[in-house]
Design a protein around this ligand. Structure first.
Ligand SMILES: [Zn+2]
Length: 84
């Protein structure tokens, strides 16, 4: 991917990394590991290649419509924040 300037901070230094991406739609989730992206070294904003996002969306649909099985499923606890 060719990023010249970060949309958020305007800096121009990026690093290629592989990260964990949490895709969420209509209250459903898919966590995808090892997604390639470029990270702004100044503010940390991540930029994903369009083809990676399309692939993730396709996989999300296939898994939630039960055409495909995920590699792993985990239970995730959810809580509302309450100051103690
Ligand atoms: Zn930035």
């Amino acid at each position: 991917m060719e990023n010249t300037k970060c949309h958020f901070c305007g800096k121009e230094e990026f690093e290629e990394r592989h990260v964990e991406y949490v895709y969420r739609r209509d209250g459903k989730y898919l966590i995808i590991r090892n997604v390639p992206c470029e990270v702004c070294l100044s503010c940390g904003e991540r930029y994903y290649p369009a083809e990676a996002l399309l692939a993730i969306e396709k996989r999300f649909k296939a898994i939630h419509e039960k055409h495909e099985l995920p590699q792993q499923t985990v239970k995730v606890p959810i809580e509302a924040f309450a100051a103690k």
